[in-house]
Write a protein that binds this ligand. Structure first.
Ligand SMILES: NC(=O)c1ccc[n+]([C@@H]2O[C@H](COP(=O)([O-])OP(=O)(O)OC[C@H]3O[C@@H](n4cnc5c(N)ncnc54)[C@H](OP(=O)(O)O)[C@@H]3O)[C@@H](O)[C@H]2O)c1
Length: 310
């Protein structure tokens, strides 16, 4: 019996992933899950060696690429390197992103630009760079990591909300543009997951005392940066104040592990079809429903408006 070497047979059947921000948190969990499924992963990190453990354990299946998604040239170089390595791209996950705490008045021009350049323009850059390859292939799947905070908003996290709302805006249009080419697009709206998002990754605008009460109400503390046990571990999806306390509670350790999100994403990518907006996490459906209900109530103040029923 001829036994194919693992690398030869895998190259025929395995999928090739490109994941941004693959060095930790959700991105690392996605990469690990894809590897466990027998796939190959090109993952971007910002510091060389950031994917070291995964590369060491699976040198044939993992490619580390250094790219900051705020830089178009770095993104394009990473995409070309991933295609050269993998031979194609099957799944592209726009995962890199971070939160910015600050009332709109508090956020500086530089902080706003950096946040939007990462959370909105980063996925835009990656999408523009991969689309020609996916179009040529006649297949492929782009997954945008979004949040219930792209449906609702949270005072004190408005810039983060803005970036993710923008991400969903262009992605919905892009999905329709790419469908005729056989390219799938998913907006994964995540609830709260236990990562560095609300911890070491969080950025804070310079606080004004006028917003202390807001911070206290929304995050359980007026302190900036917030103490490790505070802040929304979920990322700004709440609509209205009632939602805040549970999120602050989550920060104390109530969030699901990133592996749970990864297994949901793997199942979705492996299925032949699925929704454009994929809800990931136990808490997210309720958060989205609350945000949509708040919007419905607001529109309903116009007597001409009625909520369409199925
Ligand atoms: N955790 C949640 O509850 C939650 C919920 C909904 C959505 N999300 C979204 O999930 C995604 C991943 O976040 P996470 O929870 O895994 O947080 P995380 O643990 O802080 O990981 C964030 C990742 O993004 C990367 N990144 C940040 N800025 C970047 C840039 N300019 N260029 C390239 N990479 C950059 C980081 O790279 P470095 O290691 O180099 O910093 C890191 O790998 C984000 O888009 C976040 O908004 C998270």
């Amino acid at each position: 019996m001829i036994k194919h070497s693992r690398s030869t047979s895998d190259r025929d059947t395995s999928r090739v992933w490109l994941i941004t921000g693959a060095g930790r948190g959700l991105g690392l969990a996605f990469a690990q899950a894809a590897i466990e499924a027998g796939d190959r992963v090109a993952g971007t990190v910002r510091e060389r060696g950031g994917l070291g453990a995964l590369v060491d354990s699976q040198p044939d299946r993992v490619l580390e690429l250094v790219a900051d998604v705020r830089c178009d040239a770095e993104v394009r170089a990473a995409v070309e390197a991933a295609v050269a390595w993998g031979g194609r791209l099957d799944v592209v996950v726009n995962n890199a992103g971070y939160g910015l705490v600050g009332a709109i008045e508090e956020v500086s021009e530089a902080e706003a630009e950096a946040n939007v350049s990462t959370n909105l323009l980063g996925p835009l850059r990656v999408s523009r760079a991969v689309i020609p390859h996916l179009r040529r292939q006649g297949r492929g799947h782009i997954v945008q990591i979004s949040t219930s905070g792209a449906v609702g908003s949270m005072p004190g996290l408005g810039l983060y909300n803005a970036g993710k709302w923008g991400l969903e805006g262009f992605t919905e249009a892009m999905a329709a543009e790419l469908e005729p080419f056989g390219i799938r697009v998913t907006i994964a709206e995540l609830g709260g997951f236990d990562t560095d998002w609300g911890g070491s990754s969080m950025r804070f605008a310079s606080p004004k005392p006028e917003y202390d009460a807001l911070r206290e109400r929304m995050f359980g503390t007026a302190e900036v940066p917030w103490p490790a046990a505070n802040g929304p571990a979920t990322d700004g999806g709440g609509e209205g104040d009632e939602d805040v306390a549970p999120e602050a509670d989550d920060a104390a350790g109530g969030d699901a592990s990133a592996a749970v999100a990864a297994s949901a994403l793997l199942a979705h990518v492996g299925a032949p079809d699925g929704p454009l907006r994929l809800l990931v996490g136990d808490d997210v459906a309720e958060q989205v429903a609350m945000a949509l209900e708040a919007r419905r109530v607001d529109y309903a103040r116009d007597p001409r408006f009625s909520w369409p029923t199925g």
